[in-house]
Design a protein around this ligand. Structure first.
Ligand SMILES: Cc1ncc(COP(=O)(O)O)c(C=O)c1O
Length: 397
């Protein structure tokens, strides 16, 4: 059994705050502070450029990739860490599209995160060979898979509602039609059990600043199934993805396997924070995380619905159909979220009317979930949100 009291003690959570936004930005792991300090002082400060070899900096993208791989069912040597998720989406999609040269359709869904859709639009424009992005409603994706589709590119957990796609079913449909799949696991990695190997995923990408707690702007990851890794052509032919980066050849030759998805110099200070954050997952069983996430979110829904009849559940009611977040629709959702945050309960808001709450068993307790619902009950019941100060829109919601 996972010891969640142990994992909670690993995080620096501010006094008086109930944090229900770890699905957007995970909190600070205490060990990350020492890890970044140590990397600065003992590695960068003392070793200078020698640290690339003496402290293993050059191997970090692969080493951390293997550690993330263990959380998503990926074998060693199939995941690398680097860049941001937008870049990794582009790389995976570009490689997959090139593996289906006779097809012109990229199929996603209208609920996908905008950057994924923008990357597909940009790629289609760049290729200039008549590729089209199709975005049916999430529930219509399966029916839209046909033999014109080159790649099905989806995010497993909907960022607004938490709705889960049936990944194995959609992969089977896509493969039966001869298409490849790219899965965005931004809201899956560290949130729910994922097995890219058993699921026969072709490409998967994700970020590390949400449930993996790697810090703001922490590097992303990319997985390629072993059978594709030496075939996938890198669209971003960076020198760190070259077969021999320090030969400084004028022509590009891709590295073997997943290493070809590396692009440029890895941001080592961010890697140090991520490495420390990943230590928190030692001894954690994802089945325990899932069970506790469901218990916490079910309790939250029951407590909120008992207190706030004006809030409409926007997430699937069946926990098996949800990721690790719960969303409610409320006409004055933005102001209500600001009022809630002012009272120490941090969630977030997604336009046009979604109040979003993340459930992160590594550091969240049932008592906090109940208390958060009580405070939300006060904000809604007593119209505490109805204050001009809470209607001023911030740049980041
Ligand atoms: C599903 C999904 N994809 C991509 C991104 C953003 O990617 P990036 O790390 O490049 O900002 C997010 C951000 O929340 C996301 O939820």
């Amino acid at each position: 059994m996972t010891d969640f009291a142990r994992t909670r003690a690993l995080f620096a959570l501010p006094e008086g705050v109930i944090y229900l936004d770890g699905n957007s930005l995970g909190p600070l792991p205490k060990a990350a502070v020492q890890a970044v300090n140590r990397t600065m002082i003992e590695e960068w400060g003392s070793e200078l450029i020698r640290a690339w070899n003496s402290r293993g900096w050059a191997g970090k993208p692969r080493e951390l990739g293997d550690r993330i791989g263990r959380l998503i069912g990926a074998p060693a040597g199939t995941v690398v860490v680097g860049d941001t998720l937008s870049i990794k989406v582009f790389q995976a999609l570009a490689a997959a599209v090139r593996m289906r040269p006779d097809r012109r359709v990229i199929l996603s869904d209208s609920g996908n995160f905008p950057t994924d859709l923008y990357m597909a639009q940009g790629l289609a424009q760049l290729l200039d060979r008549g590729h089209a992005l199709r975005i049916p409603a999430p529930e219509d994706v399966e029916g839209a898979i046909d033999e014109s589709v080159a790649v099905v590119m989806l995010t497993e957990v909907d960022y607004r509602t938490g709705r889960l796609h049936d990944m194995p079913r959609l992969i089977a449909r896509a493969h039966a039609a001869g298409a490849l799949v790219v899965w965005d696991l931004a809201h899956s990695a560290g949130a729910i059990p994922v097995d890219v190997t058993a699921g026969k995923t072709d490409f998967a990408v994700g970020c590390t600043y949400k449930y993996l707690n790697g810090g703001p702007g922490a590097p992303a990851f990319i997985y390629i199934a072993p059978e594709h890794a030496d075939v996938a052509e890198p669209a971003l032919a960076g020198w760190f993805g070259h077969a021999a980066p320090f030969a400084f050849e004028t022509g590009y030759r891709p590295a073997a396997g997943i290493e070809r998805m590396r692009v440029g110099t890895p941001p080592l200070l961010a890697y140090a924070a991520l490495e420390a954050a990943l230590d928190a997952w030692e001894g954690v069983d994802m089945a325990d995380v899932r069970a506790r996430s469901i218990a916490l979110s079910e309790r939250f829904i029951a407590e909120v619905e008992a207190r706030c009849p004006g809030l409409m559940l926007a997430s699937p009611r069946d926990p098996a159909q949800r990721g690790s977040q719960v969303s409610f629709r409320f006409e004055h959702g933005y102001a209500a979220m600001q009022a809630l945050i002012a009272r120490g309960v941090i969630g977030d808001f997604r336009a046009p009317d979604i109040m979003r709450f993340g459930f992160t068993p590594l550091y969240l307790t049932e008592a906090e979930v109940v208390r958060a619902a009580e405070i939300l009950g006060g904000v809604i019941g007593d119209r505490l949100w109805d204050d001009a100060a809470y209607r001023v829109a911030a740049a980041v919601t």
